[in-house]
Design a protein around this ligand. Structure first.
Ligand code: F6P
Length: 326
């Protein structure tokens, strides 16, 4: 394998708080190891458009506390084409980049897997997504911060929900995964979480209402994962209006608020450890793996496993929401 002297670094897909902390760690760990670092702007799009800059240690000063990504991010359809990936490879060659470190979610890792199959380029991924939906890792960077944002919002909504004795459907992100909704519900004391993982053969809204969620109170907060399978917050509120008109339902969509803000200490530490682990992985000759954390340890997860969608929701946490909402 070619000796690595220079790495390229990019962030792609939906940004997540802590990406900057990961960028800082990758840049500094690489320079510590005697390597050069090139920052690729706007994810794969920047690689195709040749938006590549030299990064130094001070390029990443004063960013650990900032949300978003200084490298900017994009979703790039062109990288889905063979022609786009060829241009990206040629630009890498021109910039003398020997290996790539990519930070992002499942789309980013999928893109890297295809790229690595076509060209002989060592790539290491770092899981940066608020969704926590990558397999082989207990946590992804940004998830903890997003959970805290959800908790803060629900705490506020609870005041008005209680005052008006209303039912609130609060829609949170998560793509096809219910981690934010489920653990957000536990952390905020919400009455229920409606998640895509529990949709099979079950009408979660009916179950919730049949169980009498208002037994001990006259208001309720239900966290709903954005997903066609859950019906989304608006869909559920419409159903309540039609099927259970005795309830006064309202909808709040937290949307992109969840992706912003200063990362929590946990996300900063996770990002710092993962950034350094990505460089260690390349030093050890690893390629086409994503860094993960399992039981507190840094692990290498093959790309195929990372995007396999085999991570399951903890069933005992589904029960926990039910038990604690009586
Ligand atoms: O993948 C992260 C995520 O935040 C998802 O939860 C959400 O569905 C999506 O990004 C929204 O993406 P966009 O910013 O492109 O609207």
């Amino acid at each position: 394998m070619k000796k690595i002297k220079c790495i390229g670094l990019l962030t792609s897909g939906g940004d997540s708080p802590g990406m900057n902390a990961a960028i800082r760690a990758v840049v500094r760990a690489a320079i510590y190891n005697g390597w050069q670092v090139k920052g690729i702007m706007r994810g794969y799009k920047g690689l195709i458009r040749n938006e590549i800059e030299d990064f130094r240690s001070d390029s990443v000063s004063n960013i650990i506390q900032r949300g978003g990504t200084i490298l900017k991010s994009a979703r790039c359809d062109e990288f889905r084409t063979a022609e786009g990936r060829r241009t990206a490879y040629e630009n890498m060659q021109k910039a003398a980049i020997d290996a790539l470190v990519i930070i992002g979610g499942d789309g980013t890792i999928s893109g890297a897997r295809t790229f690595a199959e076509e060209f002989d380029v060592p790539i290491v991924g770092i899981p940066g997504t608020i969704d926590n939906d990558l397999s082989g890792t207990d946590l992804t960077i940004g998830y903890d911060t997003a959970l805290n944002t959800i908790v803060e919002a629900v705490d506020k909504l609870r005041d008005t929900a209680t005052s008006h004795e209303r039912l609130f459907f609060v829609e949170v992100m998560g793509h096809s995964a219910g981690y934010l909704a489920l653990n957000g519900a536990i952390a905020s004391g919400a009455e229920a979480a409606i998640i895509p993982e529990s949709t099979t053969g079950k009408d979660q809204l009916k179950e919730l209402i049949d169980n009498g969620f208002r037994k001990s109170k006259n208001s309720a907060i239900v966290l709903v994962a954005e997903n066609p399978e859950t019906g989304g917050a608006f869909g559920l509120a419409e159903r309540v209006k039609a099927e259970y008109p005795q309830y006064d339902a309202r909808v709040t969509i937290l949307g992109h608020l969840q992706r912003g803000g200063s990362p929590t200490a946990s996300d900063r530490i996770l990002a710092s450890r993962m950034g350094r682990a990505a460089i260690d992985a390349l030093i050890e000759g690893q390629r086409n793996v994503m860094i993960g954390i399992r039981n507190g340890d840094m692990v290498y997860v093959p790309f195929t496993q990372a995007i396999s969608r085999t991570k399951t929701i903890r069933q005992s946490n589904v029960e926990l929401v039910k038990i604690l909402s009586i």
